[in-house]
Ligand binder design. Structure first.
Ligand code: AMP
Length: 469
């Protein structure tokens, strides 16, 4: 029996294929039938052009309906989908193309699909086993070479089914989709939930405030990165009434600040549902749809996910095993071996802890851990305290070279305040070695496309702060 993910997804498309899949800002729609037909033509073109099962098809394009048609057509043809961030420069792209050796590289999705329409549609999806590769997602890794996470048809199918059930999707849902589709969040997490319910998506090329507010009027679920929620809160047009149409707001890809969670609840009466995932495993934990959603916690492991904390302490690096965990990094067997334990757990690189009832809390990336004067300092603990101080919108705590302590704790604060007073306040609440030795104020924190604060850039920027101290 074939376990091609395409069959699972298209098998759940609505019986009435005239039902819309994409609701566009100009008022037009694209039906599930049109998506299916175009995907069949894309698959037909790929097969006619000699693409073999397992060949890679790379794509670097702006977000569009045609890009989704290509994604599904690639799956149907049994090929491996390789999306690339539209912001990558030619020299970055060259690295990915050399590494992945794709058979096809698409740079203009509408033009590519238009041409595919002249090919015969492929009637049946190319059979694939659950363990066969469906996609390679290059991680947005901030150090070293970017690694291609290999996700199989089975990895993606099990995760999609688990999320669809966990978040209670039905055909009556309408998903607001303003995320990029070169990353697992917009590509797999969001779209698969819609496909498995045969539900429409309000399809926005990007997060533009006015379009999002309009889109919310006809949506029932919103998925986003934390910055989407801070932007909504900054907009007076985002009212309790507007939010009341949404049955669940879901956040992930970066930590949701407890202050954002609280402000959102004040404004709307709704508690954002935070979940945790990564390119290597799609979604790992989620707060419950029914049940307590707690600010600062990423909830419980999804069914089938085994999660444990490495290192023998209460807080340590999260390790996971389960059917959605990837098979390894593309053409990096040694790197892959390093990041799995002998008993098959993937070492996520995220530091966290787990309550006895299973609830998970993340305190940051292992590589962001600060060692100051020989003591381990977890940035999150300090950030939570600084974020509470007046004038602070958000903080990022980093360690930079210090002549006496090895690393010195620095708080980079988005907002305003007084450095001396802030350090004094932190010292009242924290052991002296954890309190920042310096506070610097910035208008904005550097973030990547998924809203993650890029601490590596901050470490570079402030590397000389203690030189000569
Ligand atoms: P990526 O592979 O680009 O999706 O990045 C995955 C990383 O994002 C994870 O390893 C975490 O460090 C971070 N991340 C994702 N979701 C959350 C969350 N809800 N809270 C904290 N960190 C998160």
């Amino acid at each position: 029996m074939s376990e091609n993910l395409y069959d699972l997804l298209s098998g759940r498309f609505p019986a009435d294929r005239a039902k819309p899949c994409f609701l566009l800002s100009d008022g037009s729609e694209v039906s599930y039938g049109a998506l299916e037909e175009a995907a069949a033509r894309v698959a037909g073109r790929l097969v006619a052009e000699g693409v073999q099962p397992g060949d890679r098809v790379a794509m670097q394009v702006e977000k569009s309906v045609e890009a989704v048609m290509i994604y599904l057509g690639v799956l149907k043809a049994g090929a491996v989908f390789l999306p690339l961030n539209a912001a990558y420069t030619p020299s970055e792209v060259e690295y990915f193309l050399t590494d992945a050796e794709p058979a096809v590289f698409v740079t203009d999705a509408p033009a590519w699909v238009a041409e595919a329409r002249t090919f015969e549609p492929l009637a049946l999806a190319v059979p694939r086993a659950a363990s066969d590769l469906a996609s390679i997602i290059y991680t947005s890794g901030t150090t070293g070479r970017s690694k291609g996470a290999m996700l199989s048809h089975g990895n993606l199918a099990t995760n999609a089914l688990a999320l669809h059930a966990a978040w209670g999707f039905t055909p009556d849902d309408v998903l607001l989709h303003a995320l990029p589709i070169f990353h697992v969040h917009g590509l797999f997490v969001a779209m698969h939930c819609a496909f498995l319910s045969g539900a429409p998506m309000v399809w926005l090329p990007k997060f533009a405030d006015a379009e999002v507010l309009k889109g919310l009027e006809r949506s029932t679920v919103m998925m986003g990165v934390p910055t989407f929620y801070t932007r909504l809160l900054a907009n007076p047009g985002f009212t309790r009434e507007l939010a009341s149409r949404i049955r669940v707001f879901i956040s992930g890809s970066a930590p949701l600040l407890p202050t954002t969670f609280a402000e959102f609840e004040d404004r709307t009466g709704q508690r954002i549902l935070e979940r945790y995932g990564m390119s290597e495993a799609v979604i790992i934990t989620t707060n419950p749809l029914h049940g307590e959603r707690i600010a600062g916690s990423v909830g419980y492991p999804l069914p089938g996910v085994e999660l444990r904390i490495g290192g023998g302490e209460e807080t340590g690096v999260i390790q996971i095993r389960g059917p959605s965990v990837f098979g390894g990094y593309w053409r990096m067997p040694e790197k892959t071996a390093e990041e799995f334990t002998a008993d098959g757990y993937f070492i996520t690189g995220d530091v966290g802890r787990q309550d006895p009832d299973g609830r998970v809390w993340i305190s940051g990336r292992a590589k962001d851990l600060i060692i100051s004067g020989g003591y381990n300092v977890y940035p999150k603990e300090i950030e939570l305290i600084i974020d509470e101080l007046p004038g602070v919108v958000e903080s990022a705590v980093i360690g930079v070279p210090h002549p006496d302590f090895g690393e010195g704790v620095v708080a980079v604060v988005m907002g305003q305040g007084d450095e001396v007073a802030m350090i004094a306040e932190a010292r009242l609440r924290l052991a002296a070695y954890k309190a920042p030795k310096r506070v610097v104020f910035v208008d904005d924190l550097p973030r990547n496309a998924m809203g993650k604060v890029q601490k590596n850039l901050l470490r570079e920027r402030y590397a000389g702060l203690f030189a000569g101290s």
